[in-house]
Ligand binder design. Sequence first.
Ligand SMILES: C[S@@+](CC[C@H](N)C(=O)[O-])C[C@H]1O[C@@H](n2cnc3c(N)ncnc32)[C@H](O)[C@@H]1O
Length: 265
Amino acid sequence: MDLHDFEDVCENYDLYLDAMYKNEDIHSGFQEFYLDFAKEYGEQGVIDIACGTGAVLIYLAEHGIIADGTDISEAMCRVAGEKAKEKGFDLNIFPANMTEFKSDRKYSCAIIARSGFMHLLTSELQRDALLNIRENLVDGGMLTFNTFDPHPIFQAEQMKTKDTDYSLRLEYTNKQGMREKIYNAISYDPYTQIMSGNWKFETLDESGAIIGERVRPLKMRQTYRQEMKYLLELTGYEIVNVYGGYHKESGEGSAKNVIWCVRKK
Ligand SMILES: C[S@@+](CC[C@H](N)C(=O)[O-])C[C@H]1O[C@@H](n2cnc3c(N)ncnc32)[C@H](O)[C@@H]1O
């Protein structure tokens, strides 16, 4: 079971993400980046894959681009749909696995925002998703997604961590108005390239005493660039741009967040 499959997590996702990215945001500028991408390539339709609670989907709608959305989690789709409706948008949002969804139309632009692709934990699943998305694109259609470069220094640290070695990540106020502390413990397996995390949520009462606790697992896979280049070649894509961040930083060298922009061949 994934962190994002849980009802309570999806209800609070936007709230704790805002708190998490307040000081250090590896995804800084993501909405503007995807809006530009959709404007440039989305003339024949845009799909936001692994759309979560709609951070990109709804931003696009607010800027005049009505995209479809899909996510493996029904709960995330429901929250995205409700948020869209509140803002007056009636969007087509459907639950599906990116490795096998089939839309009744094809798109010229597909977006997998903010690490959605990293939830695919093997290169076989990555291949299946790339092939399937290709089927849903028009000829010459564009896809963008991001990966984290395996980083030896971080990994060395994370290889020492057990999945119960928690450190405090953030504090925020949940949808019910209760304070929550979130701790995480992330370990790394260099053989599978998987980061395995446990996220512990502590709910506090007014005096700061802990009145509830839940632990959610989360796994994400890091991908070497050489690996991704071959995977893209083998699944029928041409690499158009590789950036080192959403402000279109250079993708050369050791960028941590690698943004791929690729075209269906
Ligand atoms: C890190 S969140 C990003 C959500 C959203 N793109 C955003 O920017 O807020 C990743 C999302 O990927 C979804 N997801 C994970 N595996 C998936 C899969 N195989 N197919 C479709 N969605 C998936 C999760 O349910 C989650 O909502």
